[in-house]
Design a protein around this ligand. Structure first.
Ligand SMILES: N[C@H](CCC[C@H](N)C(=O)O)C(=O)O
Length: 302
């Protein structure tokens, strides 16, 4: 009996995780109420997002306590797979909202699934329903309607906008052209192009389907490869489709990973307001990181 007691006294605080995805853009979500993982986030993101030696994911999400002055329910810290911070992640924020509701982080103020989260891009509102999560995005910034450039022998007239993180959008003439595009090579060249320095940009490619919806593919900054979906990128494609082709709100976006992302907005000459992003999330698994794994990184004492 004494041994059992001793063990539990010595047991490190275990970390609970969830593996989640939104349209195939996948994340490890960890509860970090007191923010003690903040200094370790880059290493944690690299190790946990590893698809062989970790849990696998495009990014790591920490759910932390919020600054009460903001009126936020919690804070989302998003870290890319590479360990680089991302100010915002549309699919990640949808997963974070779902997880916060599941964990009761919104407490007694869970206004029927309506909540507010702090991010480095600003305050994001979210409405969580059994099937979908809708985000009220921050106002897009730094819109550039025409950025002509040539990469790898392809001439593009890009649309650029910051929808929480910086994005460039290229439209292709057909779905076939989109399917055949070497997103890895061309996307990377756009992502690192001097036109978007020093921050770089996520590179999105889109083509319209006969029913009016837009198919899209994304090379993600900070993941440094093509991902199966990108929420802030889908918002950028929708706003670009409005400017270029007059696409009305709401715009339906079909990411490679399946499902539909729906983007609502109000446009005026100068910018966009009331931008929303709606789509499904799925929780694949939840559990606890082992004491050995944490100890190997010195996190049992963190
Ligand atoms: N996948 C994300 C974007 C992550 C941000 C990251 N790629 C960056 O620019 O640092 C989304 O759904 O919006």
């Amino acid at each position: 009996m004494a041994t059992t007691l001793q063990k539990s006294e010595l047991a490190p605080r275990l970390l609970r995780f969830a593996r989640m995805h939104g349209c195939g853009n996948d994340f490890v979500v960890i509860e970090d109420r007191d923010g003690r993982l903040q200094p370790h986030r880059a290493e944690l993101a690299r190790d946990l997002c590893d698809r062989r030696k970790g849990l696998g994911g495009d990014g790591l999400i920490l759910l932390q306590g919020a600054d009460a002055r903001d009126g936020a329910d919690f804070r989302m810290t998003y870290v890319n797979r590479t360990g680089d911070d991302g100010e915002m992640c549309g699919n990640g924020a949808r997963c974070a909202a779902r997880r916060a509701v599941d964990l009761g982080l919104v407490g007694g103020r869970n206004r029927g699934g309506d909540l507010r989260m702090q991010t480095d891009a600003g305050l994001i509102r979210a409405t969580v329903s059994p099937v979908e999560v809708t985000l009220g995005m921050t106002a897009p910034a730094d819109e550039r309607r025409s950025v002509p450039l040539t990469v790898e022998g392809h001439a593009f007239d890009l649309f650029a906008i910051d929808t929480g993180v910086p994005h460039a959008v290229a439209f292709l003439g057909s779905l076939d052209e989109l399917d055949r595009l070497d997103v890895e090579t061309i996307g990377r060249a756009i992502r690192y192009h001097p036109a978007f320095a020093p921050k770089g940009a996520n590179a999105n490619f889109a083509a319209q389907r006969a029913d009016g919806a837009w198919r899209m593919r994304t090379y993600e900054r900070g993941v440094e490869m093509e991902t199966l979906a990108c929420g802030t990128g889908a918002v950028a494609v929708a706003l670009a489709a409005h400017r270029r082709f007059g696409a009305p709100s709401p715009v339906s976006i079909l990411p490679t990973g399946g499902g539909v992302l729906t983007i609502g907005f109000q446009a005026d000459g100068d910018g966009f307001r009331e931008v929303t992003l709606t789509g499904p999330t799925e929780t694949i698994a939840e559990g606890e990181l082992t004491a050995d794994w944490l100890a190997a990184r010195g996190l049992d004492r963190a």
